[in-house]
Write a protein that binds this ligand. Structure first.
Ligand SMILES: Nc1ncnc2c1ncn2[C@@H]1O[C@H](COP(=O)(O)OP(=O)(O)O)[C@@H](O)[C@H]1O
Ligand SMILES: N[C@@H](CC(=O)OP(=O)(O)O)C(=O)O
Length: 413
């Protein structure tokens, strides 16, 4: 069996869904699980509705509901069947939005999950209309997580047990399900972190021992840089799991960072292909050795440099480092790069004002803390001297590191 994942861009309009459906139809002879994300920018729209609601401002569902109904009108000759199902989901969403007494992260997952619930309903009805045999499976009952809302940790045993039970259903026709969303054992909705649908597809692939997984994207495959930033980026035809996994760690947003591990553990190849050009082969990520890889350029935006200076004349030592690390772990702040001098320790993290404020609040009695925002972190993997000088020149660099394989620099935008 195979697993396909279609992200927001691939199902953002009626035309995009027709194209997606033709890709599915061509592959539906074999056992297939199809994972879909929310349509277009629906997740962002739901986030802003939630924030407005929690601030007590107007949060009308009109626009979101119009967007989805317009797509239905364009896809179906007769919307009589889908309309009541859509209305039921939208009413649930409206009720759930009012649950403002819930802790923020739990309320977030409850509300944000409707992007995927709406998209999977529309796509499944459309595929059924096209004559395919489709079971719509609710990922909240199969992808089981703990209650770490907004970033649920997978309960692998329970998830494997539940997804394993879908095997007989797979023989009857294709399974369509939602990416990004999951549920706790006692039925609370959770999510796996923004852009987590790639990870969902990897979870289904792992639990069903897929022969391959394919993510259908708006790019020809994995390139040695984001083609939206670097026009002359080159396509990789194949990449090793380790290389791809490291690229996602450094910030290549084309694949969710948690996706590679479950696939590599079972040696399941991952194809990254273009939904605009489904005949082209794209990139295969698998167990291989690529000699002399082309340098990759990865840029992480919205970075913040935080420096902790000791208050007396003691040096930076393991004791004060452990104090800093403990707080970072407690606040779930990930370090992208770090450096120390005699009396100062610096870290670079993704900028989140709320988390930074909290960090400063708890550590200011121990350190003098300074920070800069509006920065970018560039990583050049498998660098060559000429690549470094090309990207280094003209930049106001605040921090720079070179190791055997990687060059990294933090600079002011
Ligand atoms: N190295 C890279 N190769 C290809 N695309 C990249 C790379 N780095 C970043 N991207 C970006 O990733 C985007 C696709 O990922 P994403 O938008 O998350 O897909 P989806 O949400 O459709 O699954 C591309 O539009 C591209 O701008
Ligand atoms: N809809 C979710 C999950 C996701 O993975 O989306 P996409 O596949 O479009 O990145 C998000 O926007 O975060």
């Amino acid at each position: 069996m195979k697993v396909f994942k279609f992200g927001g861009a691939s199902i953002k309009s009626a035309e995009a869904i027709r194209n997606m459906a033709s890709i599915v139809q061509e592959n539906a002879q074999k056992e297939l699980v199809v994972v879909v994300s929310a349509m277009g920018k629906t997740t962002n729209a739901l986030e802003s509705l939630l924030d407005k609601k929690r601030k007590g401002e107007d949060s009308e569902l009109n626009e979101l509901s119009k967007y989805h109904f317009n797509i239905c009108d364009a896809l179906f000759d007769n919307t009589e069947e889908i309309t009541p199902k859509m209305n039921a989901l939208l009413t649930e969403l409206e009720d759930n939005l009012t649950q403002t007494s819930l802790p923020y992260d739990q309320h977030y997952d409850l509300v944000i999950s409707y992007g995927e619930l709406l998209s999977s309903l529309i796509v499944s009805e459309y595929l059924i209309n096209k004559g395919l045999n489709v079971s719509l499976v609710d990922s909240r009952k199969y992808v089981i997580t703990d209650d770490n809302y907004r970033n649920g940790y997978i309960d692998w045993d329970e998830t494997a047990l539940r997804i394993g039970k879908l095997r007989p259903q797979l023989e009857q026709g294709l399974i369509l399900t939602q990416g990004f969303i999951g549920g706790t054992k006692d039925g609370h909705t959770t999510t796996l972190g923004r852009e987590g649908s790639d990870y969902t597809a990897a979870i289904y692939s792992f639990c069903l021992d897929a022969e391959s997984m394919t993510v259908w994207k708006d790019v020809p495959g994995i390139l040695n840089a984001d083609p939206k930033r670097i026009k002359e980026a080159e396509l990789f035809h194949e990449i090793a799991y380790k290389e791809a996994s490291e690229m996602t760690y450094y910030g290549a947003s084309v694949i969710h960072p948690k996706t590679i591990k479950p696939l590599a553990n079972k040696n399941i190849p991952l194809f990254v292909r273009s939904f605009d050009d489904p005949k082209s082969v794209g990139t295969i990520i698998h167990d291989c050795e690529v000699k002399h890889p082309t340098p990759s350029i990865i840029i992480k935006e919205n970075q913040c440099l935080v420096s902790f200076n000791v208050l007396d004349y003691t040096f930076i030592n393991e004791e004060n480092l452990s104090l800093i690390f403990q707080e970072l772990a407690g606040l779930d702040i990930k370090i992208n790069i770090m450096q120390n001098s005699a009396i100062s320790f610096s870290i670079v993290v993704d900028y989140r004002e709320d988390k930074l404020e909290e960090l400063i609040k708890v550590l200011k009695e121990h350190f003098e803390i300074k920070y800069n925002t509006g920065l970018e972190l560039i990583t050049i993997k498998n660098y060559r001297a000429e690549t470094i000088s090309q990207y280094r020149s003209g930049k106001n660099i605040l921090l720079e590191q070179t190791s055997r394989n990687n060059y990294r620099a933090l600079y002011v935008v």
